[in-house]
Design a protein around this ligand. Structure first.
Ligand code: PLP
Length: 454
């Protein structure tokens, strides 16, 4: 199957300025009937009719280039026909198996072991969401060490259930909900554009890795020996933050030295997203526990799990359970999707497409007065929007304007970051060069338009 057969070739097509009347009607109904916690349509007001590859059609007939991919879920593209075929067959055969063995699960496990690094010898599927897999990983680490404290990173996002939220740094999500899990301590991630230590990356000698080591080494750091550290090798929601080479290696080395379990959350950055199958591969380390979800469900079917070293596998039957740990349809989607990624060399494609996009944006840091930094790996790219470049003043308002102008011109983008000012691109990995360039140009035009009008 050729990648250019998957998406609407003529995208974008804007028939009516979004939100069109049908979208408005859906949104009004949603506001009337669904809970006030609904959030995405506040930034991207639209109702979705269908998706195809790297494109999405709304209920008014507008077709968008999708640089969002359901928050990074749709690696192999919306409605990927190969995955759908596998899903339809499984739907007819058998749909719910708790954790009994079954052919769909067997196939996914076998497929996963073709892509996981060899010291990882076990997988376990818990509940359907990424947050649940994070809970599972923390539980396994505590079970193994008998210790309670956890080290997590500023800018880290790990989900919304109580344990996962506890290790998530965004105070906005937690302010009204404290207390969370006790004994979670946050340390700085190498967010080099806004270094917590005021250093420059060329001369810092990885100050944040040294600080991490200090917390463990100094008997007066106030942190008793942790069970685990949880980290995204490349941070997603925190603003697409790529650590400098050496940082992850140092964290790995320090964890080994102090006997601390290293959990790497690959929920967003995994499955070819960053140009490698898993983002930790850029740093040539192997975690003790890898957390998986999002693209694992192929076309957005809910599934999550952990993959880990066999020496940790000494928990008891039933230590982590749940009704939906056996979604056979999602297993079928997952194995078809991973095979599709490997056969279509999506890691390499992602790297190439990412490089094209970065080269289109390379002058922005010097030419644009509102772009502070462009960064990323593969098809995980973030652009820091600022109102004052010299002061690096973050501007969530300008980032929102960019998202709106992009939406009106047929491009869907996401916003994240510590200050809500990072425009984030996570397109389906099957995006063609043609659509990628069109989407990137829509973004560039939006930036220029906003610069002129501000
Ligand atoms: N971890 C990371 C890195 C994520 O990006 C997310 C979701 O965006 C999660 C965990 C939580 O996954 P879920 O929303 O499926 O619970």
């Amino acid at each position: 199957m050729k990648l250019n057969e998957l998406s609407h070739k003529n995208a974008p097509v804007i028939k009516i300025s979004p939100p069109g009347p049908k979208s408005k009607e859906y949104i009004d109904y949603q506001i009337a009937k669904e809970g006030a916690s609904v959030s995405y349509p506040k930034g991207l007001p639209m109702a979705i009719q269908s998706g195809k590859g790297a494109t999405i059609e709304d209920v008014d007939g507008n077709v968008y280039i999708d640089f969002f991919a359901g928050a990074g879920v749709m690696a192999v593209g919306h409605s990927n026909p190969i995955v759908i075929e596998s899903v339809l067959q499984q739907l007819k055969d058998f749909t719910h198996a708790l954790d009994f063995p079954n052919p769909a699960k067997r196939s996914l496990v076998e497929t996963l072991f073709t892509i996981l690094p060899s010291p990882i010898e076990k997988v376990f599927f818990g509940g359907p969401t990424g947050s649940d897999a994070v809970e599972t990983a923390i539980k396994l680490a505590k079970f193994n060490t008998g210790r309670f404290p956890i080290l997590a990173f500023e800018g880290g996002y790990h989900g919304m259930t109580a344990g996962a939220l506890s290790v998530t740094s965004d105070c906005g999500h937690k302010n009204n909900l404290m207390p969370m899990l006790p004994e979670v301590h946050f340390v700085p991630f190498p967010y080099c554009y806004r270094c917590a230590f005021g250093k420059e990356v060329k001369t810092c000698e990885l100050q944040c890795a040294k600080y991490f080591e200090h917390v463990l080494e100094d008997p007066h750091s106030g942190v008793t020996k942790p069970s685990c550290v949880i980290i995204e090798a490349i941070q997603g929601e925190g603003g697409t933050i790529v650590p400098p080479d050496g940082f992850l290696q140092k964290i790995r080395e320090v964890c080994d030295r102090y006997g601390i379990i290293m959990i790497v959350d690959e929920i967003q950055s995994g499955f070819c997203r960053t140009g490698k199958m898993f983002s930790f591969e850029h740093y040539e380390i192997v975690p003790d526990i890898i957390v998986l979800s999002k693209a694992l469900g192929g076309i957005g079917l809910p599934i999550s799990g952990i993959a880990y070293k066999a020496n940790l596998d000494n928990w008891q039957p039933g230590t982590h359970i749940g009704t939906y740990r056996g979604n056979t349809v999602a297993y079928a989607a997952g194995s078809a999707a991973i095979r599709f990624m490997v056969e279509n060399k999506l890691a390499r494609h992602s790297e190439q497409m990412g490089n094209i996009m970065l080269s289109m944006f390379k002058d922005l840091e010097s030419n644009s007065e509102i772009i502070g930094e462009v960064r990323g790996k593969g098809l995980m790219i973030g652009i820091e929007i600022v109102s004052d470049k010299a002061q690096k003043t973050p501007s969530a308002a300008l980032a929102k304007q960019i998202r709106t102008v992009c939406h009106q011109n047929g491009l869907l983008v996401e916003i994240g970051g510590h200050y809500g000012n990072v425009v984030r691109f996570l397109p389906p990995l099957v995006i063609t060069e043609n659509l990628l360039k069109k989407g990137a140009q829509i973004f560039l035009d939006a930036v220029r338009k906003i610069e002129i009008n501000r």
